[in-house]
Design a protein around this ligand. Structure first.
Ligand SMILES: [Zn+2]
Length: 232
């Protein structure tokens, strides 16, 4: 069965995620409205100086196709309306953006539409990856609302960190697409990859007053045991 996957963001996280899922024969739609800038090249290693000024979504899709995959780039800013348009036949949605409001928007859209999803974030020396699926606690159950945390563009990120976090996100996405729910509803948090490569695995119960879960077609309250942090 072909998995149709929507990747939001074609930057440092989106690059390795797209290459891994494209190689695994997912049919990719890659959404990003940005163009390649010289300040991106240290961490967005799918691009070279030849790509400067080019739209990232189109260039990354081109690189996936050049490697034998199937991908199309959509040069547009992601929004729930765009997701309704692009996501009608999508099985899996992966957030690789650099914007907290986009991450919550992607998670909320996935929960409301009963899709599996992965939310990846990297900043400075670490990052985290959330694996979402119908019937378990959602991204908003844990984080509640976007904070005004700085973005990579503002606070910086160590180049290899986005590769490592992107690889974890791709691995969890492949697992979810194959029906592996080992980490469904869990957050893998990497505090500082210079010091420790093992994640803290944070599992949590669905939140009773979560507005996203209230709209979910499959309730996370049906059969979820309460679980707390595994090795925090
Ligand atoms: Zn929730």
């Amino acid at each position: 069965m072909i998995t149709r996957t929507l990747i939001v963001g074609a930057g440092g996280l989106g690059g390795p995620i797209a290459f891994a899922l494209g190689a695994a024969k997912h049919e990719l739609t890659i959404v990003d409205h940005d163009s390649v800038e010289v300040s991106n090249l240290h961490r967005q290693i799918q691009y070279t100086a030849l790509d400067l000024g080019e739209p990232k979504a189109a260039r990354l899709a081109g690189e996936v196709v050049a490697r034998g995959g199937t991908a199309r780039g959509v040069v547009q800013q992601w929004s729930p309306e765009v997701a309704d348009e692009l996501g009608a036949d999508v099985d899996l949605i992966v957030d690789a953006s650099d914007h907290p409001t986009t991450k919550f928007g992607v998670a909320d859209w996935a929960v409301a539409n009963g899709r599996t999803y992965v939310i990846a974030a990297a900043l400075r020396y670490g990052g985290n990856v959330f694996a979402g699926a119908p019937g378990v606690a959602c991204y908003r159950c844990l984080f509640e609302d976007p904070t005004d945390a700085p973005t990579c563009a503002e606070a910086g990120v160590l180049g290899p960190v986005v590769g490592a976090i992107g690889g974890v996100a791709a691995a969890l996405a492949l697992g979810l697409a194959n029906g592996d729910r080992t980490y469904a509803g869990a957050l893998l948090a990497f505090d500082d990859l210079r010091k420790l490569a093992e994640p803290r695995v944070v599992r949590f119960a669905p939140r009773r007053d979560c507005p996203a879960c209230a709209r979910a077609p499959i309730s996370p309250f049906a059969a979820q045991p309460v679980r707390v942090a595994e090795n925090a």
